[in-house]
Design a protein around this ligand. Structure first.
Ligand code: SF4
Length: 199
């Protein structure tokens, strides 16, 4: 099948209701991208605040992620520079065990590859959380991957999900702030600067 142009593809994605019966708040795909983006945030699924505002990472997790990356809101939310593509594009509801449910598996099967094909300027993909890491790299332990982040460079950088749970994880793994975050900020600056003449 021929790939539609990006505007057509995004219109198709934004009108998708493939897994509507499973979405407690209904379909509302949340993503950000353009062909010129050089940095991709490959994330998990929107939360309720992002669902309500229509803006990805519009919550405490987003503040944490931007702090980790060392970039301001105006850069993070500039689709010409940064693409944000969750594994599941709509809020998936709550899991029985607490926390948000996993991203809907239908979503990546339908939309991920057509959307990724449009990101032809990418220099770096941040794999935020286990779902994005397993999709790109196969099965593996998140903590091991983050600690060995330089194995995946220059194309990928694995990160934990920046939810409130990551605070306890960071206390247990102090090397993350000491060694990984400075490297992450350098890689982000480099990926953005290549397209934008310096971040
Ligand atoms: S989660 Fe993905 S597949 Fe399901 S309705 Fe939203 S856009 Fe469509």
């Amino acid at each position: 099948m021929t790939q539609p142009d990006l505007d057509t593809l995004l219109a198709q994605v934004r009108s998708c209701c493939e897994c509507m019966p499973h979405l407690p708040l209904g379909p509302r795909p949340i993503l950000q991208m353009s062909k010129t983006a050089t940095l991709l945030v490959a994330s998990q699924a929107p939360g309720t605040r992002a669902h309500n505002s229509g803006k990805p990472f519009d919550d405490a997790s987003g503040e944490q992620l931007r702090h980790w990356m060392g970039i301001a809101d105006d850069i993070f939310y500039d689709p010409r520079r940064v693409a944000i593509l969750p594994m599941g594009l709509c809020y998936p509801g709550r899991a029985a065990s607490g926390g948000d449910a996993p991203p809907r598996a239908e979503c990546a099967k339908l939309w991920r590859w057509p959307l990724l094909r449009e990101l032809s300027s990418l220099r770096l993909t941040l794999l935020v959380g286990t779902f994005a890491q397993e999709h790109a790299l196969g099965p593996g332990r998140m903590t091991d991957r983050v600690r060995q982040f330089d194995r995946y460079l220059p194309s990928h950088f694995p990160l934990p999900h920046p939810s409130w749970r990551s605070r306890g994880w960071m206390v247990k793994n102090p090397w993350f702030e000491r060694e990984v975050l400075p490297a992450l900020r350098g890689c982000v600056r480099e990926a953005l600067g290549a397209a934008c003449g310096g971040a």
